[in-house]
Design a protein around this ligand. Structure first.
Ligand code: 6PG
Length: 243
């Protein structure tokens, strides 16, 4: 890991604004250094305010024509389903900016899961940073569930996976979650990873992930450790209340 940092914000609004600023900075740096900005979005409720800000106030600070959008995970549903991570980002962010359709690289949740995984592995390969079979993403956004899951890496799932993207079925919030997720191999080769965590229900898990024993099987968020990149935890005061 290069650097790791923890930043605590009064509430989700200031956290989201600071994250938007960090995305702008990362995009400027990536475009000037490498000619493009490869950004991975997350799902869930926490990033929605950030996505709104990026699609409005911060819109003109990002060179969208040079930005490529990917996802860290996807639910196995069609793109127009309200559970689709792609659909959520499309509605509140991507449809509002000048992003060429060819720069949107969604995981196809409507396909049969193994087919969707193969399809996405090929997409990742097109952007690969040799010798890897996937890109070194400029910035990856991740969230964390109350149970310590991140992307769709759930507690109890296999820790050492050798594929870049896998299909998973997890029991989450009392219903089976059929999803596709990138794996730590891909996340950990990113140049920068930002976790966005908000709310009191995550405070105990956050304390365990950051300062507890290393138990990646039970706390998948601990599997995220960029090998040669930066890791930033952006959390609100409620989530930080047990640190
Ligand atoms: C998803 C996510 C998932 C999410 C966490 C936190 O597809 O749901 O990528 O890993 O980030 O579940 O979600 P909240 O932000 O809703 O708490």
């Amino acid at each position: 890991m290069k650097n790791s940092a923890l930043r605590v914000f009064a509430e989700l609004e200031s956290l989201s604004r600071s994250a938007a600023q960090k995305i702008v900075e990362a995009s400027v740096e990536a475009v000037s250094a490498r000619g493009s900005f490869l950004l991975v979005l997350n799902g869930g409720g926490t990033p929605t305010r950030l996505f709104q800000l990026l699609g409005a106030e911060y819109r003109d600070q990002i060179t969208w024509s040079k930005t490529h959008i990917f996802w860290g995970d996807e639910r196995c549903v069609p793109p127009e389903d309200h559970e689709s991570n792609y659909g959520q980002s499309w509605n509140i962010l991507l449809s509002r900016v000048d992003l060429p359709a060819s720069n949107i690289h969604r995981i196809k949740g409507e396909l049969e899961p193994s087919e969707a995984a193969n399809d996405y592995a090929l997409i990742l390969k097109q952007f690969a940073s040799t010798p890897l079979d996937w890109p070194r993403f400029d910035l990856v956004l991740l969230g964390m569930g109350d149970d310590g899951h991140t992307a769709s890496l759930f507690p109890g799932s296999e820790v050492n996976v050798s594929a870049p993207i896998i299909a998973v079925t997890a029991q989450y919030e009392n219903r089976p979650a059929s999803r596709l997720t990138l794996t730590p191999l891909v996340f950990n080769s990113a140049r920068r990873i930002i976790f966005l965590v908000s709310g009191k229900s995550k405070s105990q898990t956050l304390a365990s992930v950051l300062y507890g024993e290393y138990q990646p099987e039970n706390l998948p968020a601990q599997r995220i450790r960029p090998t040669d990149g930066d890791l930033i935890w952006m959390v609100d005061q409620l989530a930080a209340s047990k640190l």
